[in-house]
Design a protein around this ligand. Structure first.
Ligand code: FRU
Length: 466
């Protein structure tokens, strides 16, 4: 299909979008108007305003030839739709304008993304450039990096940044032995790139076999170290970790730009819940490292989610602030989100004595020790004891309970609820658990246990996408 046809199809899909009762539609998280959304892309604060692009298939609740949608915001809370950013109309992106990032190139908002191409014998990938004008109109500049030798067609997801007088880019890749890798490139301009080498991956930096493909790398300085966020595919599930189909985690290390080496420590999961993948970060004007993730995971039960009946699937996480404290990454809800709080209430007492609370759009701040549990919307149960937290819900496939765990001593939780999602921030950002769930009615929280809890509760105002 040519560009006009692709745009026409998307327009028709949006005009036909479901407009009836939609109890699972988030009130303050970002979700697609219709169709499937996955990774956040091109997150940047540019000339004071936030831009957030996203992988979007407007034509179906399925993966496929992705478009880039585009939202803009002045405050990280309320967003407005910008013109469709990218549609997969060119030969070098025929099977999707895949994930990428945005940079400020001397005052020009510039996108780098992957042109995904499939053909009968396999696939290839081009890293492509595009510029965005003040009105949000995008002009494609075409490919700037072709497939490097020694890799399969799975080379994608450029994350670009400026360091001293050069541009740098990391790409997720798979080598010919089907090992996941991260490649580092350097460029004097955004048009001309030189491959410096593999800086991390399976069989590198002391890792053994560590997955057949690494997606969505993001490398940035935090505190006095560097952090590599990446999504390795193919890590075998362990007893209480790596339980999702694909993992999203980070390594702390120090990038040697000269030698193109990144010696690093262990892999840590970024989120211990059921749905989290393909996050992307940016540096805000006030120096904060802000992250959005996709509240979904590909390749397993995603297509059993009931919102498909309403013609859409998936949401993003809330924006989060990252810090490095005592050598560990912490994630806290972006401070802007406190502006959503309304009607504060406070409760104290044995867990089982707390009132049933509406958690359709709510924030709970909880001090808890001992054994307690809370069930959201008769569907998702969070229980705490001295060993940590367990999150349990019925599998969408079998109805059998499935679990996710966070191990450690829990003193404090902040829980953000939005219709069909929950994000649990543990001990002031030491851990996070994110999950979607699909309650039958307006979700209520019901408490159990003898542990003494103290609870601050707020309702959260909706955010607008206008
Ligand atoms: C991660 C991912 C990326 C790819 C995009 C395609 O979810 O598979 O590697 O660019 O999604 O939509």
């Amino acid at each position: 299909m040519n560009e006009a046809q692709l745009i026409n199809r998307a327009l028709q899909a949006v005009m036909n979008r479901y407009s009836g009762e939609d109890p699972h539609r988030p009130a303050w998280h970002l979700s697609p108007q219709t169709g499937l959304m996955n990774d956040p892309n091109g997150l940047i604060q540019f000339q004071g305003e936030w831009h957030l692009f996203y992988q979007w298939n407007p034509l179906a609740c399925a993966h496929g030839a992705k478009y880039w949608g585009h939202w803009r915001s002045t405050d990280l809370l309320d967003w407005r739709h910008e013109p469709l950013a990218l549609v997969p109309s060119e030969e070098y992106e025929s099977h999707g304008c895949y994930s990428g990032s945005a940079v400020d190139d001397e005052g020009k908002l510039t996108l780098l993304y992957t042109g995904n191409v499939k053909y009968a014998q396999g696939r290839t990938a081009w890293q492509c450039l595009a510029t965005v004008d003040e009105r949000g109109e995008v002009t494609k500049q075409g490919p700037v990096v072709s497939l490097p030798q020694g890799y399969t067609g799975h080379v994608r997801d450029p994350k670009v940044w400026r360091h001293q007088d050069s541009w740098y880019m990391v790409l997720g890749a798979q080598n010919l032995n089907e090992q996941g890798k991260v490649l580092l490139y350097r460029g004097d301009s955004l048009q001309e790139w030189q491959l410096l080498g593999e800086i991390a991956g399976s069989q590198l930096n002391g890792l053994g076999e560590f997955g057949y493909m690494w997606e969505c790398p993001d490398l940035f300085a935090l505190g006095d170290r560097d952090v590599l966020i990446v999504c390795p595919q193919g890590l075998p599930a362990q007893e209480r970790k790596w339980l999702n189909t694909h993992q999203s985690g980070y390594f702390i290390g120090d990038l040697d730009y000269q030698a193109a080496r990144f010696p690093h420590g262990e892999f840590h999961e970024l989120d211990h819940g059921f749905e989290f993948y393909a996050p992307q970060t940016t540096l805000s004007d006030d120096g904060r490292r802000i992250l959005f993730g996709w509240m979904g995971v590909p390749d397993k039960d995603e297509f059993l989610q009931p919102t498909i009946a309403q013609g859409w699937i998936h949401t993003l996480t809330c924006p989060r602030e990252l810090t490095l404290e005592q050598g560990k990454l912490r994630q806290r809800p972006a401070r802007e989100l406190q502006q959503l709080r309304q009607h504060p209430e406070q409760y104290q007492g044995a867990a089982s004595s707390l009132p049933v609370l509406s958690v359709g759009q709510a924030e709970l701040a909880l001090h808890a020790t001992g054994c307690w549990s809370v069930c959201f919307g008769e569907t998702l149960t969070l229980s705490g004891d001295e060993t940590g937290l367990t999150l349990t819900r019925p599998s969408l496939r079998s109805g059998e309970p499935e679990h996710r765990y966070w191990s450690g001593s829990v003193s404090h939780l902040r829980i953000l609820c939005d219709r069909s999602s929950i994000e649990i921030f543990i001990n002031d950002g030491e851990g996070v658990m994110s999950a979607r769930y699909f309650p039958q009615a307006e979700p209520m929280a019901v408490w159990q246990g003898e542990a003494r809890l103290s609870l601050d509760y707020w309702q959260l105002r909706p955010c607008m996408v206008v």
